[in-house]
Design a protein around this ligand. Structure first.
Ligand SMILES: CC(C)(COP(=O)(O)OP(=O)(O)OC[C@H]1O[C@@H](n2cnc3c(N)ncnc32)[C@H](O)[C@@H]1OP(=O)(O)O)[C@@H](O)C(=O)NCCC(=O)NCCS
Length: 126
């Protein structure tokens, strides 16, 4: 998964994306982290997380050789269904403003681009 993300512009591979952090996320959210494979090769991923109130989606990625075949839509529909089953009434995700193809993709899937919210982040001291 890390190799796919590192080779996918649009996926911000940051400090929380080392092997240990991702393994911990998957352990906390076992039913909402999904892989798509072709044979032994990972061609798609999505990480869903539920915090007890909202759902969050990270790292939806389809390998560049396998795009525009409905895989992204399928992964998104699946993770939404699984987050909904856990009780998430609303789901959020973050997209870089420069990632025009992802914005078009999400708009096509009827996601709403919020105009009323600014995102704030805080790095906790190590
Ligand atoms: C965004 C992404 C996951 C879409 O995956 P995909 O498998 O190619 O998407 P789908 O084939 O399911 O596309 C569904 C529809 O979304 C729209 N769409 C998808 N990619 C698009 C693009 N590059 N430009 C315009 N519309 C697009 C189309 O309407 C498409 O339907 P169509 O092919 O019948 O026209 C993929 O492009 C990707 O991995 N991008 C890099 C990683 C990334 O930016 N992820 C989002 C991080 S927040």
């Amino acid at each position: 998964m890390l190799e796919l993300w590192r080779n996918t512009p649009g996926i911000g591979v940051g400090a929380g994306d080392d092997h240990t952090s991702i393994a911990a996320f998957i352990q906390r959210n076992p039913s909402t982290c999904l892989l798509m494979k072709s044979g032994d090769t990972i061609i798609g991923t999505v990480l869903g997380g539920f915090d007890g109130r909202r759902g969050y989606i990270y790292h939806l990625a389809v390998h560049s050789d396998h795009r525009r075949r409905g895989h992204g839509r399928k992964l998104l529909q699946e993770v939404v269904a699984k987050l909904e089953a856990l009780g998430a009434g609303k789901i959020h995700l973050f997209v870089l403003k420069s990632n025009e193809q992802a914005i078009l993709f999400y708009e096509k899937q009827d996601w709403i681009k919020r105009q009323d919210i600014e995102v704030f982040s805080f790095n906790t001291p190590k």
